[in-house]
Design a protein around this ligand. Structure first.
Ligand SMILES: [Zn+2]
Length: 454
């Protein structure tokens, strides 16, 4: 994601809390408690909490007209645990079955616990539910578009929002209004974080921008009145995508990709890395750098997931750095220098502000990325400059070889910033730790020449 939505984040928690309260009131009024528990049955296990189960594949069918969903969630089998837990936001669960058999479940306080028969084999849970419209970029939005970053997937489907959690996905969207189409991937084969999955509904035109050398078809979707802006903004996209593929490795999320113009409302800008059809705010659809930035997340952030929200800089710092590299390579060095000039201005503005200046906080899953201010300029800009420092220290070719090895070692899994720093040291003999601390864990900028970038 580019730095887009500071203004929408603050009220989210409060709204989700209120939504949870009202759901709880509704459920207690109905006397049902939202529970499928059947204490009289010995054949099916009781609903049990277990957050450790690996989600292998999530197959979703969403009916936008009926506001109903059905999720087939394939889980790793277990011979020791009869539980499986998911975030379920304000979903109203109708039933949970496996192999046609009703399972016990408990859906309360935004979490769904299911009793799963012991099995050494994979188990597929079929969950039927109703969903609600959300109004704060936290689920299914008015007009039919989804948005769940960073941790609102539970308002859309039973999920785990931790960025390290990866699942394959299948998706089918029904019930789009007449005259509009839903834009989404039918299948995502390589494991992806839950926030990557998204769709948008609208009256779209599209243009094919050509195929890369590896055969990936690159395109752009836009409402007819934004055709010129969309084609202008995507003018480097095919060549940039081709460069990412050749430099860092095969794209993991299918053979057709596109930028998609979306209406997030007034004042919103930037994009969101919903690969393979990532979203770009209509106000930014003419900006080539946003297309280039969101495309980079196919490799870093999505292709390689971040291990913890604290590792956000691994996604955004690297995507920001690669934007400058790709623009410089494809559009020319002068254009690349313009990207760095804009980064310098953003960095200077950050240092003069009262905003969070720590790009890489210590710990793992200790922070709330919205409430604690990590979603801000620091991971994007300090991250970009740290990677520029690595380029300066190692040389661009060695840095690219290391990033390629990092991507190919971790694609489809999660990795931490520490994993990357260790690989840098192993592959180059240069220990980047001190400069990582100076750039990423300090409020001030590095002093002197030790951590220079030019
Ligand atoms: Zn981003």
């Amino acid at each position: 994601m580019d730095k887009a939505k500071h203004s929408i984040s603050d009220k989210r928690q409060q709204l989700l809390y209120l939504a949870t309260i009202s759901l709880a009131l509704w459920l207690s009024a109905c006397g049902g408690g939202g529970s499928g528990d059947d204490p009289g049955s010995s054949a099916t296990p009781q609903a049990t909490e277990d957050w450790q189960r690996d989600i292998l594949l999530t197959s979703l069918t969403i009916d936008l007209e009926a506001m109903q969903g059905s999720a087939d969630i394939q889980l790793a089998g277990s011979t020791t645990s009869s539980g499986a837990s998911f975030e379920s936001g304000d979903l109203i669960i109708a039933q949970v079955t496996a192999n046609g058999r009703q399972l016990n479940y408990r859906n309360e306080n935004g979490t769904l616990h299911v009793g799963v028969p012991l099995s050494s084999d994979h188990v597929t849970l079929s969950i039927d539910y109703s969903l609600n419209l959300q109004n704060n970029f936290d689920g299914l939005l008015d007009g039919g578009m989804s948005f769940t970053w960073p941790y609102y997937c539970g308002n859309l489907f039973p999920c785990k929002s931790a960025p390290a959690e990866g699942s394959g996905y299948e998706l089918q969207i029904n019930g789009a209004p007449p005259g509009s189409a839903a834009i989404y991937p039918a299948s995502i084969i390589s494991d992806a974080p839950a926030y990557m999955l998204a769709w948008v509904v609208g009256d779209y035109s599209s243009s094919n921008l050509g195929a890369t050398a590896a055969g990936t078809e690159v395109g752009v979707y836009y409402p007819a009145d934004l055709q010129l802006q969309a084609l202008d903004g995507s003018r480097y996209l095919r060549d940039v995508f081709d460069w990412y593929e050749r430099t860092y490795g095969p794209y993991p999320f299918g053979q057709a990709v596109a930028s998609v113009s979306v209406e997030w409302g007034p004042g919103q800008f930037g994009g969101m890395e919903h690969h393979p059809f990532w979203h770009i705010a209509s106000s930014s659809i003419s900006d080539p750098w946003v297309h280039v930035h969101e495309a980079a997340h196919g490799w870093f952030g999505n292709g390689v997931r971040i291990a913890c929200w604290e590792d956000f800089v691994l996604s955004e710092g690297l995507a920001s750095y690669l934007t400058a590299r790709a623009v410089s390579t494809i559009a020319g060095e002068a254009s690349g220098e313009q990207v760095w000039a804009s980064y310098a201005a953003r960095l200077a503005q950050l240092q003069q502000s009262s905003g969070n200046k720590i790009a890489w906080p210590a710990g793992c899953q200790q922070i709330d990325i919205l409430q604690d201010g990590l979603f801000g300029t620091a991971p994007y800009m300090k991250g970009a400059y740290f990677f520029r420092h690595l380029e300066f220290s190692l040389g661009v070719d060695l840095l690219d070889r290391i990033l390629r090895e990092f991507f190919q070692s971790y694609v489809g899994t999660a990795a931490s910033m520490d994993d990357l720093l260790q690989l840098v040291e192993q592959s180059s003999g240069y220990d980047p730790e001190d400069c990582a601390i100076a750039w990423l864990r300090s409020e001030t900028l590095p002093n002197g020449d030790n951590c220079a970038y030019q």
